[in-house]
Design a protein around this ligand. Structure first.
Ligand SMILES: [Zn+2]
Ligand SMILES: [Zn+2]
Length: 274
């Protein structure tokens, strides 16, 4: 009766493999949640490539993929998601920000179109289905699993997800921008009493004034929101590629000294919520 969370990509903006990004990792956004025999995938950044290999190892051939939005760092691992080429596999891709903009299938198809990618979406022989839902919808992927959704403040829109199962809850809240000293009431309500909040911590409060309008938040705002909403744990997420291991170590230490229930997500880190 647990939610097993595994981080496959924790960066924002662009993948940043380098000798200075080994501890926290360099892949862009992708988080897996396993509940019983259900596999839920959140975003398809470059981290989904390794997740795909793991699904093949585990013989998992069915999953839902929930997109916060379709900026590159959240979708461009998908062409390298090998299970999607398996004819017996089934994947359902959902998004909440494109109902009035042509839908998510069009974006996935365009991403793999000539001349920017050599293999078209139609070469993926798994049973691929796409769904655009109005943000705010409550989704019910399987018995006992409820997924709530909420709008985020981000250029072109983005969707937050709250996964609830057996009295436990995990919130995936990226990408979003806050207004200093005006806590986002939608997020506060959304993350109330959550067991784990994965939050857009791209910047620090010190960096934030130079990044207003870029659509991201800070680790300090994550702590303020979690405390106000009585959430139990905070995962700093969507790290700035310019925050190398040394910078991330300092950020994580400072964050933990402010609120010990905080940690910085790393590639391949597992957190079990039970
Ligand atoms: Zn992003
Ligand atoms: Zn974005």
């Amino acid at each position: 009766m647990a939610i097993d969370v595994k981080f496959w990509g924790v960066r924002g903006s662009i993948a940043c493999p380098s000798p200075d990004h080994v501890v926290y990792g360099g892949n862009t956004s992708c988080v897996e949640m396993r509940i019983g025999d259900q596999t839920l995938i959140f975003d398809a950044g470059t981290g989904i490539r390794n997740l795909g290999k793991d699904l093949i190892r585990r013989k998992v051939t069915e999953a839902s993929i929930y997109l916060t939005h379709t900026h590159w760092d959240h979708i461009n691992g998908f062409p390298f998601f090998v299970p999607a080429y398996n004819p017996v596999a089934r994947f359902h891709v959902l998004a909440g920000h494109l109902t009035e903009q042509g839908g998510v299938e069009r974006v996935f198809s365009a991403q793999m179109a000539d001349p920017t990618f050599p293999v078209p979406l139609s070469a993926m022989k798994s049973k691929l289905t796409f769904e655009d839902f109005p943000v705010g919808s409550v989704l019910n992927p399987a018995d006992g699993i409820v997924i709530r959704t909420a709008p985020l403040r981000h250029p072109n829109g983005a969707t937050a997800y709250r996964v609830e199962y057996a009295g436990k809850s995990v919130c995936y809240v990226t990408d979003t921008e806050h207004v200093p000293d005006q806590p986002d009431e939608v997020i506060l309500d959304f993350i109330q009493n959550a067991d784990l909040v994965i939050y857009d911590s791209t910047y620090t409060d010190e960096e934030f004034p130079a990044k207003v309008g870029w659509g991201h938040s800070t680790w300090q705002e994550g702590i303020r929101l979690c405390r106000a909403a009585n959430a139990k744990r905070l995962a700093l997420f969507h790290h700035d590629p310019d925050h190398n291991d040394a910078a991330m170590t300092v950020i994580e230490q400072k964050a933990r000294s402010q609120w010990s229930n905080t940690f910085a997500a790393r590639d391949e880190m597992v957190v079990v919520i039970e």
